[in-house]
Design a protein around this ligand. Structure first.
Ligand SMILES: C[S@@+](CC[C@H](N)C(=O)[O-])C[C@H]1O[C@@H](n2cnc3c(N)ncnc32)[C@H](O)[C@@H]1O
Length: 235
């Protein structure tokens, strides 16, 4: 009984802020990458707290963060397209991290660093005005009313994001959940230093120019949901 209780406690702890941390067992090659490759790409919070660009070997023009990169499709595409930008991917799901590591290895990508855990913990370590762009693409929807406090868009978290973003930079956000769009716009309205400037009434319908479809978006579209895309400017 005690063992069941402690397993339940552990399960609840693991799902407190994000969904699953681990899915199917990693293959041996993925395990090797987690053991030997991940430590070389770790976004170390001590270094990042002084200067996030020091995580990269050569000088980077900008630093972008993607929170919850999932399978890494968007992060990989951006990093390949912009070798002069340093990308930091934060993800709590071990299988997603293993998948990204494999892609970085196969494609010989040098401008990605990884924070394998709660993105908020990482962001709280960063200096003010140190980040040039933040992506939050299809965050966990937490659709039930009692779950909404787990959403990554909250007054408190937006406070963290607006603190680390440079003036004029953007928080780019995508969701397929209507209620999450409305929720986010209501929170942005209250955030003193983040603003939405739609250029037309259909602004949210079109992805930004360098968009890459993620795995989650492909599934949402297959299932008949409509994506919404928002660019919030740090004033
Ligand atoms: C619905 S999935 C979307 C994944 C990906 N962005 C896509 O569009 O395919 C949300 C992802 O965010 C991750 N996530 C949620 N909260 C997180 C947090 N606080 N820190 C890091 N990752 C988080 C989850 O593990 C999950 O992989």
């Amino acid at each position: 009984m005690a063992e069941i209780d402690s397993k339940e406690t552990e399960r609840r702890r693991e799902t407190a802020f994000f969904g699953r941390r681990k899915g199917h067992a990693l293959r041996s090659h993925q395990n090797n990458l987690m053991q030997s490759f991940l430590p070389k790409l770790l976004a170390d919070t001590t270094k990042a707290s002084t200067d996030p660009s020091s995580l990269f070997e050569d000088t980077k023009q900008q630093i972008h963060i993607e929170i919850g990169f999932g399978g890494g499709e968007h992060l990989i595409a951006r990093a390949q397209q912009n070798p002069d930008i340093g990308y930091i991917g934060c993800e709590a799901y071990v299988n997603g991290i293993a998948k990204l590591l494999n892609q970085i290895d196969v494609l010989k990508i040098e401008n990605i660093r990884i924070y394998p855990g709660d993105a908020l913990e990482f962001c709280k370590h960063l200096p003010s005005s140190s980040i040039d762009r933040l992506y939050i693409l299809y965050p966990d929807p937490w659709p039930k009313v009692r779950q909404r406090k787990r959403r990554i868009i909250s007054d408190e978290n937006l406070g963290v994001f607006q603190n680390i973003l440079k003036a004029g930079s953007e928080l780019r956000f995508a969701t397929d959940i209507d209620d999450y769009s409305a929720w986010t716009l209501a929170h942005i309205e209250r955030a003193p230093a983040l603003q939405w400037h739609p250029i037309s009434s259909l602004d949210w319908c079109e992805p930004w120019q360098d968009w890459t479809r993620t795995r989650y978006e492909a599934k949402a579209i297959r299932e008949g949901r409509v994506p919404a895309y928002f660019r919030f400017v740090r004033t």
